[in-house]
Design a protein around this ligand. Structure first.
Ligand SMILES: [Zn+2]
Length: 104
């Protein structure tokens, strides 16, 4: 699936050339889009924030390699990808919620 595997991540960076220095409080994820649309969105965001040196928007396509299977309950849910991107946990919203309420 190369058609809808692209997301755009924008935010403020300590080092605008390194996506790993993104400040997660400022992070916004757009998409998923197809490649052309993702590049368009990223370009638009960069132009809109052209005065902010530390703002950066990235096109990321790793989502295409990820399935939607939650590692906790093994169920498929569309929230799994979003949670993986946002929190780096491969988990669905309902497991995420029960974890938050009942920490181990
Ligand atoms: Zn789950």
């Amino acid at each position: 699936m190369e058609n809808d595997g692209f997301i755009v991540i924008e935010g403020i960076h300590k080092n605008p050339n390194n996506i790993d220095t993104l400040d997660h409080k400022t992070k916004t994820v757009h998409g998923p889009f197809d490649k052309k649309k993702a590049e368009e969105v990223a370009r638009g965001l960069i132009q809109k924030n052209i005065d902010n040196f530390y703002h950066r928007a990235w096109v990321v396509n790793k989502i295409s390699e990820i399935n939607n299977i939650c590692e906790e309950c093994k169920k498929e849910d569309t929230s799994v990808k979003q949670n993986l991107i946002m929190h780096s946990y491969k988990i669905c919203n309902s497991c995420n919620l029960s974890k938050t309420i009942f920490p181990i």
